[in-house]
Structure formats: structure tokens, C-alpha cells
Design a protein around this ligand. Structure first.
Ligand code: C5P
Length: 406
């Protein structure tokens, strides 16, 4: 057994879905128990086609749960308690069907009901045919689940039981075990007692009552940062422009439309220890938004829109003086000369750090679930690998906490 990988007394609820990889889950149970974990298992109807309840019960040393409406099981331990009494839920194999149900919030059997009812972290170990993994529906479901805060291990690349090759193989039990140990680590409260303000999303600048200028920002990165800061113990205010993603958990949300409203909301939320300007604030607004809808009149040609510069929220918050947050972080979304633009932005705005990302065509960053960022300050330049926006957020928060501590 590896050094340090003890799971003594940890309660794992393992949901075994219907896939050929289910046999590996038997080995996973054995390894979990070797390390002192207490394992309860739920076997889906499809899972039962691959491993038997008897082998699962023998290995866990506990009754296997199979049925949402089983009276004896409900009396012994109801599905709500089952979902709450564990320290961690692990779904292995997580089939395309289980991922889809969890992403949509469907609760029509014991496994999916538990996933909807739980208040614990959930680790998914997907396993499916490579084409199913690449199907837009699965890609969408996985992105949604990641955004909802679920954790993933794998799938890995390799030869599949169906004869095809590619990603879709369930991770090996040892790899899942390592992810379980990581997921059980308490999230370190590096920002306990700190106040954090985050801006996120686009702004909408009205032209008339029905039209506006906007941009493609989804708010995903800013929202993930607010969520990560809250998880790290901070008191977080998220000032967000119009977005279609859910509010992060544990954060006070102030909704605004225009850059001017965003500035006012940020000012009202100060003071703070950290300000993170992740919003894609429109640089220009319409000088004189029209009160009534502009009509298309024959012969008069298109209207001329006079633009005015919007207030620069980041520059205002960065201005030296009493009440300036100890750490002010800006973002730079660029389509070229990333570092050069970021360096000049750092100077122009007066912030302490710029998180720069390439949003050029083909990167899929704007609106997507992944991001490649560079950290640029007066004394450092650092390139990070392509990461999930949630992971970027967690790492950024750790970094910001370190910078505050200096
Ligand atoms: O100048 P640019 O828009 O590229 O700068 C990006 C950074 O400045 C981001 O952190 C963004 O949130 C912030 N910003 C702002 N107010 C503006 C424009 C940008 O806070 N009016």
C-alpha cells in the first residue's frame, strides 16, 4: 500500500452503473476497505447485469442498495440518509445515462435520486464507448456537471471492450483511489475572514429599450472564481452582468446591466481585501440611449450611434488611496500579443496582477468550459496549462491568498 493513502473511517457511497468497467469497481471496493474506508454500494439495474449484488455485498460487508421503493431498504436506511451519511459519493462506472440524469436533475431510480438528494461532493469516473463520450450531449452534460461542482477522474485513452480505441475507459482503481483521497481533503480555508468582490459576465449597453451592445462573455470564469473564493472561506460579493448560468453557492449576488451600474455596485460593495475584475465590461456605451424604439424609416438610412467611453471599473478600484483593496486583479482577454497587451494593461490600470487569456477564434475560451491563462505581474510571468475553468479558479484563489499573506 502507498504511503499516506489512508482512508480510515471515511464513508464512501459507491454507485455502480451499468458498464463492462463495473468489474473494476469490485477491485476498487477491496482497495478502499484495505485503506480503512467504510463502503456502502448502490447497484443500478444496468449495473446488476455486469456484477452481482452478492459479490458487491461480500466485498463491502454491507447490504447492497438497489431499489428506490424497497420497503425493507427504506426502513433500514432511507435514500435521503444514504445520500447524506457518506463523506463522499463515487460513481464508477459513471455511464452516459447516469451523467445525463445527474446533469438534468432526473430522479427516477435509486442512484439518480441519491445524486439529486446529496449534499456531499460527488466524484464521477466515466466509462463508455468513445463515440458516446464525444457525443455533444455527453460533452454538454459533463460541462454542466463540472460547473455544478462535481469532480471527475478519467476516462483514460485505450482499447475498449467494444474494439474501438480512444477516451472512454474507466480509470484504474488506483487512480480513482487517489482522486477519492484528494476529494476528501477539507478545502483549505485560505481566505477565511477575508472580503472579496468579483465582477463577472458581460455588460449590456442600451441603444434603445429593445436593443443593446454586448459581448460573448458567459460569466463562467468569474462565477467559478467567486465560488472558489467562497469555498475558501471568504465573504464574497459577485457583481454580475446578464448571464444565463446559475448563481454560485454561498455568494451574495448583485445583478447589473450596464458598466455604470457595475461600477456603482462595486463601489457600494467596497471595502474589500481582494477585487477581481473578471467581467468583460463594454468599453463603450451609447451616448444618448433613445427612450422609444428606433424605427426603420424608409429613405432615412441607418441610425448613427454615438459612443462614449464607459468608466473603467478596474482602474478606479486600483487607484491608490485609502480603501484600495490589498490585491486588485484584472483580466485581459486578447486575440494576439497576449503578454505585451497584458503588461501595458497592468501599468495603465494600476492593478497588481493580470490574468491574461487568449480568446482568439478556435480557442473556445469565450463561453467554453476550459481556459489557458497567463499570470502577469510587475515581477513575474507564468503560463498555466489548459485547465477546466473551475480548476483555474481554485488555483487562482490559492495564489491570491498567498499574495495577500506576503
Ligand atoms: O481594457 P480591457 O477591457 O481589455 O481590460 C480588461 C480588464 O479591465 C478586465 O479585468 C475588466 O474587468 C476590466 N475593465 C473594467 N472596466 C472597463 C473595462 C475593463 O473594469 N470599463
Amino acid at each position: 500500500m502507498e504511503q499516506g493513502l489512508t482512508l480510515e473511517g471515511k464513508r464512501i457511497l459507491l454507485i455502480i452503473g451499468g458498464g463492462i468497467a463495473a468489474y473494476k469497481s469490485l477491485d476498487l471496493i477491496r482497495r478502499l476497505r484495505e485503506r480503512g474506508a467504510i463502503v456502502r454500494a448502490v447497484l443500478t439495474a444496468a449495473g446488476k447485469q455486469f456484477v452481482t449484488p452478492l459479490s458487491v455485498a461480500s466485498l463491502t460487508g454491507n447490504p447492497v442498495h438497489e431499489d428506490l421503493f424497497c420497503l425493507t431498504e427504506e426502513i433500514e436506511m432511507g435514500h435521503i440518509e444514504l445520500s447524506r451519511s457518506a463523506d463522499l459519493l463515487v460513481v464508477a462506472p459513471a455511464t452516459a445515462d447516469l451523467l445525463a440524469k445527474a446533469a438534468a436533475g432526473i430522479a427516477n431510480d435509486l442512484a439518480s435520486t441519491i445524486l439529486l438528494a446529496t449534499d456531499k461532493r460527488v466524484l464521477m469516473a466515466p466509462a463508455m464507448n468513445v463515440r458516446m463520450w464525444h457525443h455533444p450531449a455527453t460533452v454538454r452534460n459533463v460541462a454542466q456537471l463540472r460547473e455544478d461542482g462535481l469532480l471527475f477522474v478519467g476516462p483514460s485513452d485505450g482499447e475498449m471492450a467494444c474494439g474501438e480505441y480512444g477516451p472512454g475507459r474507466m480509470s484504474e482503481p488506483m487512480e480513482i483511489l487517489t482522486s477519492i483521497a484528494a476529494a476528501l481533503q477539507p478545502t483549505s480555508q485560505v481566505l477565511a475572514g477575508r472580503r472579496v468582490i468579483v465582477t463577472s459576465g458581460p455588460t449590456h449597453e442600451p441603444i434603445d429599450p429593445v436593443r443593446y451592445i454586448a459581448n460573448r462573455s458567459s460569466g463562467r470564469q468569474g462565477h467559478a472564481i467567486a465560488a472558489a473564493a467562497a469555498q475558501a472561506g471568504a465573504n464574497v460579493t459577485l457583481v454580475t452582468g446578464p448571464v444565463s448560468i446559475p448563481d454560485p453557492v454561498g455568494v451574495s449576488v448583485v445583478r447589473v446591466e450596464t458598466a455604470k451600474e457595475m461600477l456603482a455596485a462595486v463601489k457600494a460593495s467596497l471595502p474589500a481585501d481582494i477585487f477581481i475584475g473578471a467581467a468583460a465590461v463594454a468599453d463603450w456605451g451609447i451616448e444618448d440611449p433613445v427612450a422609444g424604439k428606433i424605427k426603420k424609416e424608409r429613405g432615412s438610412g441607418p441610425p448613427v450611434l454615438a459612443l462614449v467611453e464607459n468608466p473603467d471599473i478596474l482602474a478606479e478600484v486600483s487607484r491608490p488611496g485609502e480603501g484600495r483593496p490589498s490585491l486588485v486583479v484584472g483580466f485581459a482577454a486578447e486575440t494576439g500579443n497576449l503578454i505585451g497587451h497584458a503588461l501595458s494593461k497592468l501599468q495603465r490600470k494600476g492593478c497588481d496582477l493580470i490574468v491574461a487569456n487568449d480568446v482568439g477564434p478556435g480557442t473556445g475560451v469565450m463561453g467554453g468550459s476550459k481556459n489557458t491563462v497567463h499570470l502577469i505581474s510587475s515581477d513575474q510571468q507564468e503560463a498555466w496549462p489548459l485547465l477546466d475553468k473551475g480548476e483555474v479558479a481554485r488555483r487562482l484563489i490559492q495564489r491570491f491568498a498567498g499574495m495577500l499573506g506576503k
